[in-house]
Design a protein around this ligand. Structure first.
Ligand code: 5RP
Length: 229
């Protein structure tokens, strides 16, 4: 998606925030624009207290003097604004393309409202063309991989399971010190059942299916920004 569309979606989501709010800050190239817009408002006296969903977002927010806190200091947020890799008509998401899915889900679940920003190319009829990121503990990787493969078989996955690599060719490590398996399902017809099955695997820390978390979405196209929810 063009950077301009990412910016448009991020700018539109600024209408969700008010001075004094506690705000969750997403991760990724679209969320980065939202943090830039928020930083510009903070420079003009806008007050907020924010929880970042990754070390990268935390560093960006600090560079913009956005006040940060943690979910240890406060236990709830008013709104979280974050990107997505896929969104369906029920506002079920696939997230984690940037590897921040665990913190993103914790922060979204602690928020009164989760708002997604993306371009309309992220809208899908059926989830699953984007490989589902599954965050796994390093311990027992082989055994966990086998159990996830079995689930992929049960759910008639059409593609492979791949251990995500970083830019250095080594396994990608999340901020929480875990690995990510990218599972190509092709199509996911029962996201809830798949979610439950994956969470039954002891080595699975979390997965990128966000169910009943996204309350609204700002989706940019060359014709303008459309809203869902
Ligand atoms: C990171 C995410 C991102 O929000 C998602 O990958 C979308 O990223 P982008 O805005 O760069 O397309 O889930 O873990």
């Amino acid at each position: 998606m063009s950077d301009d569309l990412k910016k448009q979606a991020a700018k539109a989501a600024m209408q969700e925030v008010r001075s004094g709010m506690r705000i969750g800050l997403g991760t990724g190239s679209t969320a980065k624009h939202f943090v830039d817009y928020l930083g510009a408002e903070v420079a003009n006296g806008f007050e907020c207290l924010c929880v970042p969903t990754s070390e990268a977002t935390a560093a960006q927010a600090r560079s913009l003097n956005i006040p940060l806190t943690t979910l240890d200091e406060i236990d709830a947020l008013d709104v979280t604004v974050d990107g997505a890799d896929e969104i369906d008509s029920n506002q079920v998401l696939i997230k984690g393309g940037g590897g921040a899915l665990l913190r993103e889900k914790i922060v979204a679940a602690a928020s009164a409202k989760m708002v997604v920003i993306a371009d309309t190319s992220k809208i899908v009829d059926q989830l699953g063309a984007f490989p589902l990121p599954i965050e796994v503990n390093k311990f027992g990787l082989g055994a966990t991989t086998n159990l996830v493969k079995k689930i992929m078989n049960d759910f008639k996955a059409q593609g492979d399971l791949v251990l995500r690599a970083g830019s250095d060719g080594q396994p990608f490590e999340t901020d929480g010190g875990h690995f990510i398996l990218d599972a190509s399902f092709g199509r996911i017809s029962d996201a809830k059942a798949l979610s439950s099955a994956l969470l039954e695997v002891p080595g699975v820390v979390q997965h990128g299916l966000f169910i009943n978390l996204c309350a609204a979405a700002y989706l940019a196209s060359p014709e303008g920004v459309v809203t869902m929810g």
